[in-house]
Design a protein around this ligand. Structure first.
Ligand code: ATP
Ligand code: MG
Length: 243
């Protein structure tokens, strides 16, 4: 009996099930959709980059389709940070230099994702991941700060420096919505800093109650709705699921 399995091309090789349909596209669309100015800036670029690249100026190593995004994951349901960590892994897999700033007091118990990130970064199989934790983890703080507001502000100050330095292609600002909501970090400063960020930098912000200005100005906003959570039945946080 002959094999009648259909083939998809001259080589007979089936596309990978996860193949990106845009992959291999040769010509950019002649019309530039609104908001794709950043893509136009990278239009002449098609060189891969490596984790050793530092301070990418106008990113001559970008592919045409690459657009740096600001994403917000908010809402009352569980899954905001884990969604962001999923994007972090994808960025790592693409060789990006990744940074994580956790704007949470007592975030020490959230060790699972950090452990995974350290192992990934050390493996050398993808990009790099630098991980900063609020409080004592803000290693650049010189003086002994005790006020949460000052600590959060110091963290944001460092984020701004690193954005200006183009230290990362992927930056996760985990739980930053809280210090913004409390007025510790000025939302207009955040919006302006993100809007003016140079080069190619994806930035993902997480946390409940994202400020309206973040939602207005981000390229991607997802809200996680709480349908049911075991906490309501008195079940405590579970390792492997919550940390
Ligand atoms: P995760 O890090 O698991 O993706 P998250 O970032 O969406 O959670 P956070 O507000 O950062 O949610 O809260 C983190 C912790 O609080 C997690 O242990 C999570 O299970 C728990 N949590 C999240 N949403 C709820 C909820 N609706 N009710 C009770 N606990 C919740
Ligand atoms: Mg979270």
């Amino acid at each position: 009996m002959t094999d009648e399995t259909p083939t998809t091309g001259a080589t007979g090789a089936a596309p990978h099930p996860n193949a990106n349909p845009d992959e291999g596209a040769t010509a950019a669309s002649p019309t530039v959709a609104p908001g794709l100015e950043a893509a136009a800036r990278h239009a002449t670029a098609d060189l891969p980059h490596t984790p050793e690249d530092q301070g990418s100026e106008e990113a001559v190593r970008r592919k045409k389709r690459d657009v740096p995004l600001v994403a917000v994951v908010t809402g009352k349901g569980k899954g905001k940070s884990t969604s962001a960590f999923g994007m972090l892994q994808r960025s790592w897999a693409r060789g990006y230099r990744c940074g994580v700033f956790q704007f949470v007091k007592g975030g020490k118990w959230k060790v699972g994702e950090r452990k995974a990130a350290e192992a990934l970064s050390a493996s050398g199989a993808g990009g790099t991941i630098e991980w900063e934790i609020q409080g004592k983890g803000w290693t650049w703080i010189q003086k002994d700060m005790t006020e949460s507001e000052d600590i959060a502000k110091a963290g944001w100050g460092e984020v701004k420096r690193r954005i200006a330095d183009q230290r990362y292609e992927f930056l996760l600002l985990d739980e930053i919505t809280y210090p913004i909501a409390w007025g510790w970090i000025d939302v207009e400063d955040v919006v302006a800093t993100l809007a003016a960020r140079p080069g190619f930098q994806h930035v993902v912000l997480t946390g409940r109650n994202a400020h309206d200005r973040l939602i207005e100005t981000a390229d991607l906003v997802s809200e996680v709705v709480n349908v049911k959570h075991p906490m309501a039945a008195g079940i405590r946080a579970q390792q492997g699921i919550d940390w």
